[in-house]
Ligand binder design. Structure first.
Ligand code: ADP
Ligand code: 5GP
Length: 189
C-alpha cells in the first residue's frame, strides 16, 4: 500500500503570521499542498475566491454541513469556516503532505479524526506585537481587530495542546522552524 502523506495542522491567533509563513513555505516547497477552506467571511481587499478561501453564503455553507462535506467546521470570530473532507483525503491518499490553517476548535476535531496529524501553534512574541500586526495588516475594522485580540488570549492558552510551538518573531526563523518540523515528520518514518 502506498504511504499516506502527512497532515500538518497550523493554528494561532489572527495576525500571528500564519498565512505569511505558509505562503513562504509553499513557495519554497511546491510539492506541499494547502487546504483552501470554505468561509462565510466576506473577502478582504486583495483576496480572491478559490485562492485564500472559497467564499460562500451561509446557506451554501449550511448545505455543505448537511451533506457531510466538511472534515471539520467551526464558527470563528463571528463567521463560519470549514475544511473539505474529500480534498484532504485525496491529497493524503496520493502520498502528498498537506498544510491546514485552522482555528483551535477545528484543530481539536481534526486531531481526533487524524491522530497521526502534526500540530503546530504559531504565536506572536507578545500581545502588543499582535495588535501592531493586526493594525498594520489594515484589512479588519477596528471592532474586528478588538474581537480578534480578545479571542487571541483564549487561543494562546491552548498552545500546550499542540505538538510544536513556533514563536513568530523573526519571519525567516519561523519559516525555517516550520520547515524543520515538516522534514522531521518525513524522516520519522
Ligand atoms: P495570520 O495569517 O496569522 O492571521 P498574517 O500572515 O496575515 O497573519 O500576518 C499578519 C500581519 O503581520 C501581516 O501584515 C504580516 O505581514 C505581518 N507579519 C507576519 N509575520 C511577521 C513577523 N515575523 N514580523 C513582523 N510582521 C509580521
Ligand atoms: P481569517 O478570517 O483571519 O482568514 O481566519 C480567522 C481564523 O479562522 C483563523 O484562526 C484561521 O486559522 C481559522 N480558519 C480558517 N479556515 C478554517 C477552517 O477551515 N476551519 C476552522 N476551524 N478554522 C479555520
Amino acid at each position: 500500500m502506498a504511504t499516506k502523506g502527512h497532515l500538518f495542522i497550523i493554528s494561532g491567533p489572527s495576525g500571528a503570521g500564519k498565512s505569511t509563513i505558509l505562503v513562504a513555505i509553499l513557495k519554497k516547497r511546491p510539492q506541499l499542498r494547502y487546504s483552501i477552506s470554505c468561509t462565510t467571511r466576506p473577502p478582504r481587499g486583495g483576496e480572491e475566491n478559490g485562492v485564500e478561501y472559497h467564499f460562500v453564503s451561509e446557506a451554501v455553507f449550511r448545505r455543505k454541513i448537511d451533506n457531510g462535506e466538511f472534515a471539520e467546521w467551526a464558527e470563528v470570530h463571528g463567521h463560519l469556516y470549514g475544511t473539505s473532507a474529500t480534498y484532504v483525503e485525496e491529497v493524503l491518499v496520493r502520498g502528498l503532505d498537506i498544510l491546514l490553517d485552522i482555528d483551535v476548535q477545528g484543530a481539536k476535531r481534526l486531531s481526533a479524526k487524524y491522530p497521526e496529524a502534526i500540530s503546530v501553534f504559531v504565536t506572536p512574541p507578545n500581545m502588543e506585537e499582535l495588535e501592531k500586526r493586526l493594525l498594520k495588516r489594515g484589512v479588519d475594522s477596528l471592532a474586528a481587530v478588538q474581537r480578534r485580540l480578545k479571542n487571541a488570549k483564549a487561543e494562546v492558552a491552548q498552545a500546550h495542546d499542540y505538538g510544536h510551538v513556533v514563536v513568530n518573531d523573526d519571519l525567516a526563523q519561523s519559516v525555517s522552524d516550520l520547515e524543520s518540523i515538516i522534514e522531521e515528520a518525513s524522516g520519522n518514518e
